[in-house]
Design a protein around this ligand. Structure first.
Ligand code: SF4
Length: 439
């Protein structure tokens, strides 16, 4: 009988990618994936350490797995295992720790575990790591796949633990990106999301002038791939030349996640971010001039040490003036080992929560007005999923669109949709015509 394995992922999209890639390795080796709430032979918890809540939730999930089946092997992977292996090793039930490399050997490592042995640690030292771990692409939906092309970061923003947990930057070789695009095209994926920890640094370690534009261009030979969506970008590196390169490629989705973190120059300086707000605004304008109607989304941290009311107000004003259309709001979380953890002026949980609520309210208003700006236009939608009586998909700008009464057979195809209404975070419309080309 095949071994049953259950997965749980904490944290970001890149972690989700890593889990999905490991799941595929286990499934190829004949393991059966079961729900995390079921009794399994192996539990794999892909942990997060970006906030202290990430650490705590990671520990909770390990103990939940142990309670479900005390004789199961528990594999702890990811950033928390990498950052604090000594603590993770002592948690009841843990059999194996995998850090930010060795994931591609996970099946072999699990199969080598012996009954009753002490937890095995495959958490390597990441200092000076240069190799990009070649995990395959993963599948977000029937039509959309994710491909991680970059790992690690060398920016050391003062609040961030990621460079310690994921090591220096490494890039997937172009030839491998091309072969992944080929496989995804063959398997019917129309959209590929390129992800990484610091995507804009893609190619820097290759030291031959390769950039993210070269990685995107690898999709050119595959007409079946209609959309390339980019993960998080950084304003500082968005030159005129780079933006022109994006604009000249019709496959590049007109949605750009441009990391902001704060709209206050003082806070950005203390965060160790390398751009002032004016530079961010100039990049947003550059993107909009080159690609009118593009969506600019972002992340903001509120309650950074020493953030005054006046500085927080600068952020509110900045996001409103820049008309950012979707904002992920994070209350600052103190991470031991980072420079910001020792900064004076740590704010109370109540102040951070109150600022997060104010920014979320503004974010909701901005998102609604962005969606309303699309009412009355025609948008190309890639339909992904049919549910009871309607079908849903996304525009290139990543607005969710619902069409009532459409056939489920439209899933996996591109259609022009007349947008009639914006409500509760999505658009309602009706189909005008197919824009799907069979390749
Ligand atoms: S750029 Fe800054 S915030 Fe982003 S992963 Fe690197 S250190 Fe962390």
């Amino acid at each position: 009988m095949s071994q049953r394995i259950a997965f749980f992922t904490l944290g970001c999209k890149v972690n989700q990618f890593d889990t999905d890639a490991m799941r595929e390795l286990f499934e190829q080796a004949g393991y059966e994936t079961v729900d995390f709430d079921e009794s399994a032979d192996i539990y794999l918890i892909n942990t997060c350490t970006v906030t202290s809540t990430g650490d705590q939730k990671s520990r909770q999930m390990i103990s939940r797995a142990h309670a479900k089946n005390p004789s199961a092997k528990i594999v702890v992977a990811g950033c928390y295992a990498q950052r604090d292996p000594d603590r993770v090793r002592l948690l009841p039930g843990v059999s194996l720790l995998i850090g930010s490399k060795e994931r591609s050997r996970i099946v072999e490592l699990v199969e080598g575990l012996k009954e009753g042995q002490a937890p095995l640690s495959a958490v390597g030292n990441l200092a000076g790591e240069r190799a990009f771990e070649l995990l395959g692409a993963t599948h977000e939906s029937r039509t959309r796949a994710q491909l991680k092309i970059q790992e690690g970061c060398d920016r050391f923003c003062t609040y961030c633990i990621i460079p310690y947990a994921r090591g220096p930057l490494r890039s997937r070789p172009l030839a491998d990106i091309r072969s992944q695009f080929g496989q995804l095209a063959e398997n019917g994926y129309l959209e590929v999301v390129l992800t990484g920890i610091h995507l804009m640094s893609y190619g820097k370690d290759l030291q031959d002038g390769t950039t993210l534009l070269d990685a995107i261009a690898e999709a050119d030979g595959f007409p079946a791939i209609r959309r390339i969506r980019l993960g998080s970008l950084e304003p500082q590196l968005l030159s005129d030349e780079f933006v022109a390169g994006l604009a000249n490629n019709p496959k590049v989705c007109r949605q750009f996640h441009l990391s902001l973190q704060s709209g206050s120059a003082g806070v950005l300086r203390r965060m160790g971010r390398r751009y002032p707000p004016e530079e961010y605004a100039a990049c947003a304008q550059r993107l909009r001039q080159a690609m009118p109607g593009c969506a600019i989304t972002t992340d903001v941290i509120v309650g950074f040490p020493g953030e005054t009311e006046a500085e927080f107000d600068e952020t509110l004003r900045f996001v409103e003036e820049t008309a950012l259309c979707r904002i992920h709001v994070f209350p600052y979380s103190r991470r031991e080992g980072t420079a910001a953890a020792c900064m004076p002026g740590q704010l109370s949980r109540a102040v951070k929560a109150q600022r997060a609520r104010r920014l979320c309210a503004l974010a909701q208003r901005l998102e609604q007005s962005y969606l309303e700006s699309m009412v009355g236009t025609a948008q190309e939608v890639l339909f992904e999923e049919a549910k009871d009586g309607f079908i849903e998909g996304y525009t290139g700008t990543y607005a969710r669109v619902r069409v009532n009464g459409a056939s489920p057979e439209l899933a996996g195809r591109l259609y022009q949709v007349d947008i009639r209404q914006a409500e509760n975070g999505f658009l309602l419309g009706s189909i005008i015509e197919s824009s799907h080309k069979e390749e």
